[in-house]
Design a protein around this ligand. Sequence first.
Ligand SMILES: [Zn+2]
Length: 606
Amino acid sequence: MQLISRISFSLIAFTSLLGTAFSQEADLVVRNGVIWTVDDANPRAEAIAVRNGRIIFVGADEGVYQHIGADTDVLDLGGAFMIPGFYDNHVHFEGTGRLLYGLNLLDVSDEANFVARIRDVHERYAPGTWIVGGDWSAYETWAEGDVAQAGRQVNPDDLYGNFFLPNRSMIDGFTVDRPVLVRRFDRKVYMANGAALLLAGIRKGMPDPEGIAVERDDEGEPTGALFNPVSGAVESTVLVRDNVRALFEELIPTPSREQRIAETKEAWGKMASVGVTSYCDITSNPIYVDIYRELRDKGEMTARVRYRPPLDRWQSMADLGIKVGFGDDWIRFGATKAWIDGIMGNSSARFYEPYTNNPSSRGIWRDIMFPFERSPDNPEEMQSRLERLALEADAANIQLTVHAIGDEANGYLMDMLERIIAKNGERDRRFRLVHAQVMTDRDIKRAGDMHIVAEVQPFHTSDDMRWMEERIGHDRSRGAYAFRRLWDAGAVVSFGTDSPGTNASRYYLNPMLGLYAAVTRKTLSGQPEGGWFPQEKLTIEEAIQAYTLNTAYAGYEENMKGSISVGKLADFVVLSDNLLTMNPDDIKDVTVKRTVVGGNTVYEAD
Ligand SMILES: [Zn+2]
């Protein structure tokens, strides 16, 4: 009796073991594909099987049939190319959603398009919602994808530049129900409609608000154009203060939750259409954490997020027990974000030597570098506020990610990291050098020695090479976007977009532009022949890895994301072409045929 029951028990155990190991029924089987897995142990496959959102099989077509049961969806790729879903290392999510769902005038500099775009948003937004932003005429200075020479010449005697100047009569007819306040890309000029002017108390017979020049018609009626003060002291005129924004700031309500949700879904829709299945959200308003939670609970979340608050919030994170590894499959935490210098776009990035085209400036440090004072534990040592915060956050096992563009900014962070390691000890800390844009030879080597993550956005290369050498000269440009040398030195090169970019240029969510830039080092129009500093090119296999597995590693998620491997989340993308065999110049035109997150199709091209 006892023997029989023992035998039958072990028989049951054996059968169920067989079931788990050999013939577990899948929810989804994908077969007949050319699959590049980004898994060194098993780089190529034809088929995968998915169960409960995770991958249970990767291999040949013959091997996958055992997982097909009565309820299994089977997808025949017909020989299409498939890779892991893209993981964008750097998205300003709130701004991206607002730009995609709201007003975008970057490429607009004529009345017909100006009116059409505002009419479009007017129909999309709930009644009464302010229409703001826009950044008109951005491409009047830099045509998208063009080389520097194609840039528009601005008359140096005209402080405001003779760009397209809209007025309220173009839109007042259909915007009576809501205020509109749009701005030019450089914020020197704004345009308010009748409703916005009324709320701000700008009208005929009243003096101009302090520090703002109101354009008026022959009757003294405001036309809607509002001018900020500018200074002509430098060779290019600069904005002194954004008084218009200050005047309207109190009047413009924060966007409603409904609007934020609509923007969120718009941004996710865009991500799905370009194959992005995970992203790092850089300091969106904390309300987005709750929006993510709500949409995740409703099953409407289609991209996974790792949310990064500013570094000076580290203490409240630590108090809640939030550190590296915190979160679930959809919403994760564990890192902070800080900025130490400016950007190349307006020559505020911090360099050891002055700008080539402006010998009086080396760029700026951000506020977080001050006060710069004696260290509390060693009066001999001077310390920035950034370093004090970073030391404490690091000790609490919160990941540090810091924006650095200029060579001195990057060098300072390498120095700081050496001191942090000396004080807090060696650890698997994966320090993220955000942008790592212009680095000296010495710092590239140190970045490798300390195995930092270079959180770079390769499309910046295509965008910035048009004017980089003019601003910092040829020699320093050698260390700009030096992806090859960073990779070979031992740094972990991770890719993303920095979407939505600056007010003079959009950085698309589309990973193909980043892969194209990293592999060709050309502008979108194919310049220069052979690529800019071509010795810094990555191979396409490396570029794909930087956009998938390396970004997963950068977030301590390499065991759940980043490659098509058994046990990982079933996030993958089917493309129009085989990236490994095609002409690299055509990579920018590759499209997504299908995006799958957790085994569910979230985008399918028609
Ligand atoms: Zn950014």
